[in-house]
Ligand binder design. Structure first.
Ligand code: TRP
Length: 336
């Protein structure tokens, strides 16, 4: 809680270009939350997490800026939400280290995402990758977040955050708010266009598998045209038809229709027409975002000011928690 308001925190890693899946599954939900006056929202550009995988410096910097602009372009007003770079608030690293000392190897060893990522990056299984969830716990606990909007793949990390917070509170008294998962209204899970049994991912090597938020209309239409479906040319919403189901899910997330309504819209059409309609709907949804992004790109001063103000605001709240933590543990305060 902050100033009597419920507090929410979420964020994305600034690695690569975010996809339609990130947008419909997360970002769009955050924007919808804007209307809920009684929640104080923090959204991080989680750049410290990004370096668990090796980054090219120039690209890394650019990706982080792009992600920030996309947050704003999608409708997160930086005057109403605290949008910040994780690396601008040193308290994240500091609490991350502290919480490392309250987390067991055995707990980290059970993290399924670590196992997946370690398998994927076998040449760079660094300890940061291993303790990734502890840094995430620090992100959440620093802001005393009540609510954390996360997808299924991050649930285990939220669970461990709750375990760490409970353990710490058990030793030192009520220091941290115990966060809960916030399941958004739509929260669509969007699958790869090339393999609809796999989640759409920004790290997919095949660019046709994902719609990136800054893809232009031609690219969007082309990718949908190539989307993998099945051979029976019958539009139905069913687990047995993951490709078609995914296209319908995308359509529904964009148009706010139910799958039943969508299937009705498509009666009598073939797959080619379905793909075209879904592509059009997505292009229409993303067009204003693209325009706003372009405006922001030209307004460096506005964006820089927002970054600075929000970093200061985030630091204020984060440092408050960090001071409390250090005092409880018994660190010596620096003499004034
Ligand atoms: N691990 C999250 C992801 O990859 C990103 C993240 C970092 C995050 N810190 C967070 C999400 C804190 C929610 C809260 O999606």
């Amino acid at each position: 809680m902050i100033d009597g308001k419920k507090t929410m925190l979420s964020g994305m890693q600034s690695t690569g270009m975010i996809t339609l899946g990130n947008y419909l599954g997360a970002l769009k939900n955050w924007v919808n939350l804007n209307d809920e006056e009684d929640i104080k929202c923090f959204y991080g550009i989680m750049d410290l997490h990004s370096i668990t995988v090796r980054q090219n410096p120039a690209e890394f910097r650019k990706n982080a800026r792009t992600l920030l602009l996309l947050y704003i372009a999608a409708g997160l007003d930086p005057e109403k939400n605290c949008i910040f770079y994780q690396s601008h608030v040193p308290a994240h690293s500091e609490l991350g280290w502290i919480l490392d000392c309250y987390t067991y190897m055995g707990e980290m060893n059970r993290m399924t995402q670590f196992k997946d990522k370690a398998a994927k990056h076998a040449d760079n299984i660094n300890t940061g990758l291993f303790t990734y969830p502890v840094l995430m716990a620090a992100d959440i606990l620093l802001y005393q977040a009540d609510l954390v909007p996360v997808g299924k793949d991050q649930m285990q990390h939220l669970e461990i955050t709750r375990d760490i917070a409970n353990r710490f509170n058990g030793i030192y008294g009520d220091v941290f708010t115990i966060p809960e998962a916030y399941i958004g209204k739509s929260g669509a899970k969007i699958m790869s266009l090339q393999d609809p049994t796999k989640k759409m991912s920004k790290s997919d090597e095949n660019p046709n598998a994902s719609i990136y938020l800054l893809d232009d209309k031609d690219t969007i239409m082309r990718k949908f045209k190539r989307a993998v479906t099945d051979s029976d040319n019958c539009i139905a919403y069913s687990e047995d038809k993951p490709g078609i189901k995914n296209l319908i899910d995308i359509y529904c997330a964009v148009t706010k229709k139910t799958p039943d309504e969508a299937v009705k819209d498509f009666t009598g059409l073939g797959y080619g027409q379905l793909k075209e309609i879904v592509g059009e709907a997505v292009a229409e949804e993303l067009a204003p975002l693209y325009r706003r992004y372009d405006e922001l790109l030209k307004d460096k001063e506005y964006v820089d000011r927002a970054i600075k103000n929000n970093a200061e605001q985030a630091s204020y709240y984060a440092n408050k928690t960090l001071r409390k933590v250090k005092k409880k543990i018994g660190f010596t305060e620096m003499p004034r």
